[in-house]
Ligand binder design. Structure first.
Ligand code: NDP
Length: 241
């Protein structure tokens, strides 16, 4: 890996996949700048991992841009923060839809804009990983707004990959299936629903957060120098079943 000594912005580093990624990065000698919401998580990231941690609500576009600028300069960006709301399509509210689009789709765009602008200004190369989901490939009942927000993020990933690569900035997406984090507990607490999903994953288990973190670090590294614009499932073979 070629990221030792670098600075990496991680959104949503307070919990789950973001927290596991921040921890792995710190273990690899990386300086982590975390953007996350809860004050307790900000404090824990500072105390436990030695991160620079910025408290921000990524649903707020103005605050998100200010936080992104405050996080610079950085070598790499991981857009990991995300949220979900379980509602059937017919019951999906405009408020929930707008909130998920703001956090899951618009915030990654804003943070990536500021990150990429600063690299282009300084003539430096970099890489971005957007944390999407298998939910962007398939229709999961009760996840209409979530699926739409992650498919929107994939569209951004592909356009960014084309527009930013000439500037030396690669952009890729990772697409985990159910990963054992607080968000997954919220969405998959029903044992019948969990069993149905597990039966469709050939390796027979859900994903560990560190397994997503490991794939993200690979995509950031020079080992992935020719990988740009991909959507990488991290799903134990779910998508080919
Ligand atoms: P968690 O709920 O465990 O963690 C999400 C993190 O994002 C938290 O630190 C949370 O902070 C932060 N966050 C959420 N909303 C905001 C906001 N408005 N402003 C700032 N920070 C915010 O989620 P996961 O680790 O499970 O998910 C991480 C990413 O992986 C998400 O993008 C998710 O969609 C994706 N994913 C997750 C899967 C899973 O099964 N877990 C599967 C596929 C994709 P706070 O708690 O303070 O709100």
């Amino acid at each position: 890996m070629s990221i030792e000594g670098k600075t990496v912005i991680v959104t949503g580093a307070g919990k789950g996949i973001g927290r596991a990624t921040a921890q792995l990065l710190v273990e690899r000698g990386v300086r982590v700048v975390a953007l996350t919401r809860s004050a307790e998580d900000v404090e824990a990231l500072r105390q436990d991992l030695g991160c620079v941690a910025i408290k921000v609500d990524l649903a707020d576009a103005v605050a998100t841009r200010e936080a992104a600028i405050a996080a610079l300069p950085a070598d790499f960006l991981i857009n990991c923060a995300g949220t979900t709301e379980l509602q059937s399509f017919l019951d999906t509210s405009v408020e929930a839809f707008d909130h998920l689009m703001a956090v899951n789709t618009r915030a990654p765009m804003i943070v990536a804009q500021e990150y990429a602008r600063s690299l282009i200004r300084e003539g430096r190369k970099g890489a971005i990983v957007n944390v999407s989901s298998v939910a962007s490939f398939v229709g999961i009942p009760d996840h209409a707004a979530y699926c739409a927000s992650k498919s929107g993020l994939d569209g951004l990933t592909r356009v960014m990959a084309r527009e930013l690569a000439p500037h030396g900035i690669r952009v890729n997406g990772v697409h985990p299936t159910v990963t054992l984090t607080p968000m997954a507990v919220k969405a998959w607490s029903d044992p019948d629903k969990a069993a149905g999903m597990l039966n469709r994953i050939p390796v027979g288990r859900f994903v560990e957060p560190v397994e997503v973190a490991t794939a993200i670090l690979f995509l950031l590294s020079d080992d992935a120098a020719m990988i740009n614009g991909i959507s990488m499932p991290i799903d134990g073979g779910l998508m080919i079943s």
